[in-house]
Design a binder for this molecule. Structure first.
Ligand code: F6R
Length: 613
């Protein structure tokens, strides 16, 4: 969703801001803008891509060593030049960019209108900058104090940066439930929604905590305070562990394809140092610290959204099957609003690639209020969910830039598998011999993923066969039912083809009515449990002339005689099949989207981190 980047220092701000906005494009947006200070403040903003903004500004003057930039994902008011950020105050003294939603903007707007304020846009953001102006002029306060007081009157979520032409030596940033990172360079500061625009300038960052306001000054001063109490905070400087190459496409046409191909490495990275088949152990550092509490938990509740929810479902199968602990999987957005029963005997596992998903973060807060222990499985280091949980594990997949999640999904499933194995062993739910067998096979998964990737030409061919179909059905059983859901989601989000995932046996209870010769049915039919049943399901589809694309185990001879296309994947233990079976589905949706001319990395309407509810 919206992205913020701001700069103050000795260099020209405009090229730095534009490069920063390009780095933030992956978050999803529909308009972009910059404000520059050079004696006065100039604002340039445009509906559309960052490149359209660059084309527009290229003929204008863009000097200045301080500025703020923004990519907007529309919430209040349609995407157009006027609603794009930055927004001016009424007196043109202040300019502000915002990520989040001001929920009480309507009440504030009416009160401000009574005071004589006029608004140009339909945004909640413009209300906030007018509120700061009103407080600043009425109470004659310095910028940071006017911003702080204004924020105490705001209900909602925000990350903001404000610039004041009468106090040109400083930028003020603040956050509540929406991320903001300060980058510390040589005699310069950056502020940004995440670390991606900062990495080429500095590795020293401060993650602003919730309800904090920061002032960064040209003279090098930096101060952070609590918004409600005005108390000064001691900043903690983190060292970023990320290289610039991770943010480049590295020769691939799209980030999504690069990320699909990275999976043998990212899965191995998620295992690294956490598994040793020779010595027969699995260890997750985060689990170690809280093992006593986890061992006595009456149940686990997994909370997540989208693809992360799908990996959570696989987690349920893994943890119940191997560690014999009851698990419930909840959409975070439902959990937080439905008055759930959560007690201090529960463990809540929050799964999130970005670590910033608003609903998942709110579910974490709710679980903590109710006394549950909260464990995070997160990719982005230092993100809000990573910091809000009691303990957790990073998946170490590196930056995921493609909007459609791929390597984060397999990283999450890898972590959940390690967790299930660790708990199974510690709880004595599994024999040492079986544990050893599973561990030895698990170590082989990255190589087996590589083998599946080598099927790319066959998968591309199949993509060509079905690219024009308007619908698709995905079926799977057991461990592969969540993979069917994930396959359908990948196809929908990047190719805009309507797709549904179903447990294969449920087909007879409704979706079978949809099957005709136009319907591709993608069936995950690996040869372990319930194989005969899934063969019957495939026969049922064929009897109705559906086009069957089956993901089968190498050497399968039964299904290849029935299905229209079969994609073979290496044999593995049943609990590990999702890590292999999801790969052809990722590639299939990728190739279909490319063939249909879709922008794979930035699909319409979607945002990479969903920081509003
Ligand atoms: C789908 C996708 C989304 C995310 C969801 C949760 O490809 O990326 O469905 O999985 O928005 O995001 P995180 O994992 O960042 O909490």
């Amino acid at each position: 969703m919206c992205g913020i980047v701001a700069y103050i220092g000795p260099k020209e701000a405009y090229p730095l801001l534009m490069k920063g906005l390009q780095r933030l494009e992956y978050r999803g947006y529909d308009s972009a803008g910059v404000a520059l200070f050079n004696g006065d403040i100039r604002v340039y903003k445009k509906k559309g891509k960052v490149q359209e903004l660059a084309d527009y500004v290229s003929t204008l003057s863009y000097e200045g060593t301080m500025g703020i930039g923004h990519t907007r994902w529309a919430t209040h008011g349609e995407p157009d030049d006027i609603n794009a950020h930055p927004h001016f105050s009424g007196n043109r003294r202040l300019v502000l960019v915002h990520n989040g939603i001001i929920e009480n903007y309507d009440v504030l707007k009416k009160a401000l209108e009574k005071e004589g304020h006029h608004f140009e846009s339909q945004t909640d953001t413009e209300v906030l900058v007018h509120l700061i102006e009103e407080i600043q002029t009425r109470e004659n306060l310095p910028l940071e104090e006017a911003v702080r007081v204004a924020l105490t009157r705001v209900v909602g979520a925000y990350a903001i940066v404000v610039m004041d032409k009468q106090e040109p030596g400083k930028l003020v940033g603040a956050r509540k439930a929406s991320p903001l990172v300060i980058g510390i360079g040589e005699g310069e500061y950056f502020l940004a929604s995440d670390a991606t625009p900062l990495i080429e300038h500095t590795k020293k960052v401060i993650y602003l905590n919730d309800q904090e306001i920061a002032v960064v000054e040209r003279n090098g001063d930096l101060q952070i305070k609590k918004i409600d109490s005005n108390e000064v905070q001691t900043p903690f400087i983190h060292e970023l562990d990320m290289e610039i190459e991770a943010l480049e496409k590295g020769g691939y046409d799209y980030f999504m394809l690069k990320e699909i191909y990275e999976q043998p490495d990212t899965i191995a990275d998620a295992m690294r140092g956490r598994i040793n088949p020779r010595e027969n152990w699995v260890r997750l550092g985060g689990l170690e610290k809280i093992y006593e509490q986890i061992a006595n938990a009456q149940r686990f509740i997994i909370a997540a959204c989208g693809t992360s929810w799908h990996s959570g479902l696989i987690g349920e199968y893994l943890i119940e099957d191997l560690a014999r602990i009851p698990v419930e999987v909840e959409y975070a957005s439902e959990l937080r609003y439905r008055n759930p029963i959560i007690t201090d005997k529960d463990v809540v596992i929050a799964i999130s690639q970005s670590g910033e998903t608003a609903d998942t973060l709110a579910a974490v807060e709710l679980a903590k209020e109710k006394g549950a222990l909260v464990y995070g499985i997160v990719n982005v280091v230092g993100s809000s969910i990573a910091r809000a949980t009691d303990s957790g594990s990073y998946i170490h997949a590196g930056p995921e830039i493609g909007v459609a999640s791929t390597k984060a999904f397999t990283g999450q499933v890898t972590l959940l598998t390690l967790m299930a194995l660790d708990l199974a062993q510690r709880r004595g739910e599994i024999s040492e011999t079986r544990f050893q067998e599973l561990l030895t096979e698990f170590k082989n998964i990255p190589d087996k993923v590589q083998k599946v990737l080598e099927k790319n030409q066959q998968i591309k061919y199949i993509a060509g066969e079905i690219q024009d179909k308007p619908n698709a059905l995905y079926l799977g059983r057991g461990y592969n039912f969540p993979v069917a859901l994930e396959g359908a989601l990948k196809l929908k989000e990047i190719s805009y083809i309507h797709a549904e995932g179903y447990p294969a046996a449920e087909m007879k209870h409704g979706p079978i009515a949809l099957i005709d010769e136009q319907m591709p049915v993608i069936v995950i039919a690996t040869n372990r449990s319930a194989y005969d049943k899934i063969v019957s399901n495939i026969q049922e589809v064929k009897a109705r002339k559906g086009i069957v694309i089956a993901i089968v185990t190498e050497g399968d001879e039964t299904i290849s005689h029935i299905a229209d296309h079969t994609i073979e994947i290496p044999d593995t233990e049943e609990p590990f099949t999702p890590l292999l079976s999801v790969i052809p589905l990722q590639l299939l949706s990728y190739y279909i989207a490319v063939m249909r001319g879709c922008n794979v990395d930035q699909p319409r309407n979607l945002a990479k981190s969903v920081t509003v509810e």
